[in-house]
Write a new protein. Structure first.
Length: 336
C-alpha cells in the first residue's frame, strides 16, 4: 500500500500548531541547574587559526608536537613516511590560495563560537550527570579541506568547520547529496556530536539483526540526544524539516500500518532494512513524499513511549539490549 502524504488538507493547521508548540517549548525551555552544576573541565581550541597562519616548516613541526593526539588521530601521521613529510604536506596546503580563501571564509563565518561552546559544555554536563564515568574529551576545530566532518573518540573530538558553512555558501562539501548536505550547518554540530557519543552507551543484542532492532537502536540514540539537549528542536536531531516532522505525525497511523501490514518489523534482509533506516531523500516504499529514514523516526517514538511508560532512568534505557522487549513493553500506538 502506498501512502499519500497529505501536505495540504488538514496539514497546514497541524504544521502551524506544531511549529508554535515547538517555538513555545524553546522559549520556555530551562536547563536543569543541578545538572549544569556538574563540574567539568572543558574548552574548545581553534586549531585552524594556528595551523593556517603558520608560514614556516618550524611552526608546523611545533604544532605537531604540541598536539600529539590531533597529529596521530586526525592527521594520521602513520600514513606518512615521517612526521617531517606530514609537516611539508601541511605547509603546502597552507600555501594553496584556494585553501587560504576557504580559511578566511570559515574564520569569518565562525568568528563567534561561544554559543556552540556553551551548548557543548552543557551537553557534556548532562552526559556526565547520567553517566558519571564519562570523560570529557578534548575538542578542537579545524579546516579539513572537506576531508573529514567530525572525528569523535573517547578522548578527542575534531570539528571540520568547512563542512558546516551555510548551505547557501559557495563552498560546499563536493561528495554529499543535497538531502544530506542540508544537515551540515552550525545548528547540527552539537546534536551530531551527542548522537555519536550515544553509541558508547547504546547496548544492542547483535543477534537481533532485524529491522525492529535497527529502529530501536536509532530510537535510543535520538532519545539520548533529546535528553542531553532538551532545548534543541527535533529537526536538528533527526535532520527533518519542521514540515517533514509535522507531516510524519499527521500520517503516523498510515506509516505504522504499512510496517504492520507488510510484516516488516522482523525482516532480516539488509537491503530491505536499508529502505527504511538508510540514508535516502525519501522513503519511497511508503510514499515519494515521505522523508527518508522513517524507520528511525518510528523507532524514536517507540523508545520515547517505552521509557515513559516504564519510568526508566536514561542509563537503564540505554543498557537494555532487547529491542523486541522495548517494543512489546512500550505500549506504542500512533498518535493520530
Amino acid at each position: 500500500m502506498k501512502i499519500l502524504f497529505n501536505y495540504r488538507q488538514g496539514f497546514l493547521l497541524l504544521a502551524l500548531t506544531l511549529t508554535l508548540a515547538c517555538k513555545s517549548q524553546e522559549e520556555e525551555c530551562q536547563l536543569d541547574e543541578k545538572i549544569l552544576a556538574v563540574p567539568i573541565d572543558f574548552n574548545i581550541e581553534r586549531l585552524e587559526d594556528r595551523f593556517y597562519t603558520a608560514s614556516a616548516i618550524e611552526e608546523i613541526n611545533y604544532l605537531l608536537e604540541e598536539y600529539p593526539d590531533f597529529t596521530d588521530k586526525y592527521l594520521q601521521v602513520e600514513l606518512y613516511d615521517s612526521k617531517a613529510e606530514l609537516a611539508e604536506a601541511l605547509l603546502e596546503i597552507n600555501q594553496d590560495s584556494l585553501m587560504q580563501e576557504l580559511f578566511q571564509e570559515v574564520k569569518q563565518e565562525f568568528s563567534d563560537f561561544q554559543a556552540i561552546e556553551r551548548q557543548l559544555r552543557d551537553a557534556f554536563a548532562y552526559i556526565k550527570y547520567y553517566f558519571p564515568e564519562f570523560k570529557v574529551p578534548k575538542v578542537y576545530t579545524y579546516l579539513s579541506g572537506f576531508g573529514n566532518d567530525l572525528l569523535i573518540t573517547e578522548d578527542l573530538i575534531v570539528i571540520g568547520l568547512d563542512y558546516y558553512l551555510p548551505k547557501t555558501h559557495r563552498f560546499q562539501p563536493p561528495e554529499l547529496p543535497q538531502y544530506m548536505a542540508d544537515r551540515y550547518e552550525r545548528d547540527f554540530i552539537v546534536p551530531m556530536i551527542v548522537t555519536a557519543i550515544s553509541s558508547r552507551y547504546n547496548q544492542v543484542d547483535l543477534s537481533q539483526n532485524t529491522l525492529l532492532a535497527e529502529m530501536i537502536f536509532y530510537g535510543k540514540a535520538y532519545h539520548f540526544t533529546k535528553v542531553v539537549l532538551p532545548c534543541i528542536s527535533d529537526e536538528y536531531i533527526i535532520g527533518y524539516t519542521t514540515e517533514e516532522i509535522a507531516a510524519s505525525y499527521a500520517n503516523e497511523a498510515l506509516i505504522w500500518s504499512h510496517f504492520i501490514e507488510n510484516d516488516l518489523l522482523f525482516v532480516t534482509n539488509p537491503f530491505e532494512i536499508r529502505k527504511y533506516t538508510g540514508e535516502a531523500p525519501s522513503t519511497d516504499e511508503i510514499s515519494p513524499d515521505a522523508p527518508g529514514r522513517l524507520g528511525r523516526w518510528l523507532g524514536w517514538n517507540i523508545v520515547d513511549d517505552y521509557r515513559f511508560n516504564n519510568e526508566l532512568e536514561l542509563d537503564q534505557l540505554m543498557a537494555e539490549k532487547d529491542a523486541e522487549k522495548i517494543f512489546r513493553r512500550s505500549g506504542y500506538k500512533p498518535r493520530q
